[in-house]
Write a new protein. Structure first.
Length: 197
């Protein structure tokens, strides 16, 4: 499900998985524990490193899969929920911009800038948009030798995070975020993708 729409969160660290097969039916469940660091956040347009509030990571996630296989036909229904998912922007749009090389947070690119020294160095860091994601997918396949028929449907919904991240938060792979957008969406964003073959 690729992080509920953010491929940065495809791989889950610190997770537990359970799988069960009973006759033609199979079931799977997976849970990701919160890990890393939440960085430093402030809603004030005049914030500094001394006045921002340390944040805790709430980047847990969970997912379920229920499916079955019978006589050449197989189908699955998959659901996934990812909190504080991160999509990475081009760093030249954020803290490493040649025209505005400072860190920002809260609203949009360079809306609320940090005053004074950067909280963390901007070298080898990422600039990210943070969202809470929900995704559901239905997929089916039928094999009638030598042909294979596929059908699928996916719906992804992204909202602004219920818990904000801040500058210095940890992204997947251990990278640090030197710029954050916690309020990027004016309204929930949905994507629907039917498919067949």
């Amino acid at each position: 499900m690729a992080g509920g729409g953010d491929t940065q969160d495809t791989r889950w660290d610190s997770a537990i998985k359970y799988r069960l097969t009973y006759g033609p039916v199979h079931f799977g469940a997976m849970y990701k524990f919160s890990d890393g660091q939440g960085g430093c956040y402030s809603a004030s347009a005049t914030w500094t490193a001394a006045t921002c509030t340390g944040e805790q990571p709430h980047n847990s996630a969970y997912g379920f899969d229920l499916g079955a296989t019978y006589a050449g036909f197989s189908a699955d229904v998959v659901f996934q929920r990812v909190f504080q998912a991160i999509s990475v922007l081009n760093p030249l749009l954020g803290p490493q911009s040649l025209s505005k090389p400072y860190q920002s947070t809260t609203d949009s690119v360079n809306t609320n800038t940090i005053n004074g020294a950067n909280l963390i160095g901007t070298t080898n860091t990422e600039y990210g948009i943070v969202t809470d994601n929900s995704a559901v997918m239905v997929a089916a396949k039928y094999v009638l030798d030598p042909f294979k028929f596929y059908a699928g449907y996916e719906h992804i919904r992204q909202t602004n995070p219920s818990e904000p991240l801040g500058v210095g938060a940890t992204a997947q792979g251990g990278y640090l975020l030197s710029g954050i957008e916690d309020n990027n969406l004016d309204s929930p964003r949905s994507c629907k993708s039917p498919g067949r073959g």
